[in-house]
Design a protein around this ligand. Structure first.
Ligand code: PD2
Ligand code: ZN
Length: 286
């Protein structure tokens, strides 16, 4: 067969890559190609070119991955069942290493939950999320809850909760956003999303000027809905039941789906669901 008539098809490229990734030696791949009618010189050239292109593609994909940064983390060495923060003992109910998810019991007292709800209630409005194209806010159909933001340190209760979270996850209060409170009515949900800002979106640069990326989230449950309303992590098949005073912490060291921190709020089936969310940033949030 003449070399000129032997084009390297996409199918052949895929076959070569599959053989190489399965651990075949280059000389065996060439031998197999020669056996099926390829001239040896052409086979070697095809193999070299295909594998070089493959290596370049893998290297480019690596470069595209944003670098990992330091993230908040509770002191879980030695597998403590309780974490003492100030005067409070917080229960460690469940932990997952990758992605880092920690389910916490009794982060807030019942009285704190009730007081937060009453402070937030008169200020609720249909929830907005960051508009990725402009960096501003927009009403988002993916989130059918009502919400509001407290300013950081707004009043003694908010300040005490922020201090507790800062100590719990070893991340300064100044690197946290103001607390957000959400109310979900029956049927309301929050479709799965990532909490970091998508680096590919045009509005992200403006959002990042106020303290860099988000690197961790604490969702605190302010009541116990009768049914539904779990916080779900579909990629790891995890559902955290919303129980008053409990919370779920998770961190993400880069703004990338590889962190597997996709999560959502399942529809509330019966009753209302109230949560307070604290997002933590890489740097000081202004
Ligand atoms: O309310 C929730 O369970 C929930 C789910 C997903 C809250 C958030 N995300 C959030 O506030 O980011
Ligand atoms: Zn979220």
């Amino acid at each position: 067969m003449k070399a000129a008539s032997q084009t390297i098809t996409e199918e052949l490229r895929r076959w070569i890559v599959a053989q190489a990734e399965a651990g075949c030696r280059p000389e065996d791949i060439v031998a197999a190609m020669v056996k099926s009618g390829w001239e040896e010189e052409t086979a070697v050239e095809a193999l070299e070119r295909t594998l070089r292109e493959r290596l370049d593609a893998v290297a480019a994909a690596r470069v595209a991955l944003p670098p990992a940064v330091a993230v908040p983390e509770p002191a879980l060495d030695g597998a403590p069942a309780l974490l003492r923060v100030g005067a409070r003992e917080v229960k460690v109910l469940a932990t997952l290493r990758n992605p880092r998810v920690v389910v916490l019991g009794g982060l807030l007292s019942d009285e704190e939950c009730d007081a937060l709800i009453e402070l937030a209630r008169p200020r609720l409005a249909r929830s907005e999320t960051v508009d990725n194209s402009t960096g501003g806010s927009e009403v988002n159909a993916a989130r059918t809850s009502d919400g509001m933001f407290f300013a950081r340190g707004e009043g003694a209760l908010i300040g005490a909760i922020e201090q507790r979270i800062a100590e719990l996850v070893n991340w300064p209060v100044e690197r946290g956003e103001g607390l957000q409170v959400l109310r979900y009515r029956p049927g309301a949900e929050y479709l799965p999303h990532h909490d970091y800002f998508d680096p590919a979106h045009p509005g992200t640069a403006a959002v990042l000027r106020r303290g860099g990326q988000r690197v961790a989230t604490v969702v605190m449950y302010l009541n116990t809905p009768k049914a539904g309303g779990a916080t779900t992590f579909p990629e790891i098949s995890l559902e955290v039941a919303p129980v008053k005073g409990n919370a779920v912490f998770f961190s993400y060291e880069r703004p990338h789906p590889l962190t597997r921190t996709l999560h959502g709020g399942a529809p509330v089936v019966e009753g209302e669901k109230w949560v307070a969310t604290k997002w933590m940033r890489e740097g000081v949030f202004t």
